[in-house]
Design a protein around this ligand. Sequence first.
Ligand code: 2AM
Ligand code: CA
Ligand code: CA
Ligand code: CA
Length: 281
Amino acid sequence: QEPYRVGGKSFTAVAINTAAKAGEWIKSRLGDIRQVHVKYSPHDLVTEVDKGSEKMIKNLIMTHFPHHAFLGEEGVEPGPLASASALEDVSEAEYLWIVDPVDGTTNYVHGFPFFSVSIALAYKGEVIVGVVYDPMRDELFVAEKGKGAYLRSVKLNVCGQVSLSDSLVATGFPADRSGALAVNMAGMTAIVPRVRNVRNAGSAALHMAYVASGRLTGFWEIGLNAWDLAAGALLVQEAGGKVTDTAGSPYTLSVRNVMATNSSIHDEMQQVLQEAGGTGL
Ligand code: 2AM
Ligand code: CA
Ligand code: CA
Ligand code: CA
């Protein structure tokens, strides 16, 4: 059976339409947040828009594919091991949708216009469709396994830098202020002097989409969850890049410490992080 389609409905079309609808709605609510709730730590926020977006996405997907499994950030008990235990609960699923309804909630709360909707579909544990939508720029990044990654009608390719010294890379500062932040800072200290510069724009999914589109040479972050990475990982791979954990093992849904690059700088970046003790806890 061809895994991309069931009963004539294209998985990718549903992912695209759903991300576009949710993105439009979250954009329309920007600046209109009445309550910000703290989840696991004061650095871990959630708003009614995160919850509303996830509800909208889940409803749309489940209407089309009622027998598929669904894993969304806001349906999971928060905490440092959030997606690890949640992934166990859905490990038997053939088709699994993995959704971050707003990636970049801290930006969203502050009105910093950089956030996204991330929707991925995995078939037997492997991501086959990935969509990341940036409603502020109306940029929808889409990848299908084996068929490339696209922004509008343009096929995406990672950029050509071959050494760290010519590279623009991004990272994120983990919300978990104990171990993960210290590891990230160790990596930062080692990476900053070696690269052209470092950015932290606050949305892991968009950082990954930017690696895929050649706007960033690479990205790494400690302590992410499946929903931050699933769609972006396929985008990077389908654009010719490489995604591993920070120790260099291939990307899977359980990867939490991630490295995504144009492939050419991957080993050099991995080595710098490794030597600095910046790869994990
Ligand atoms: P979010 O906005 O969906 O929560 C920024 O460094 C990245 O970290 C974002 O993709 C953000 O996703 C994610 N993030 C924020 N809080 C987090 C937490 N408590 N644990 C893990 N990741 C988090
Ligand atoms: Ca969150
Ligand atoms: Ca996220
Ligand atoms: Ca989120």
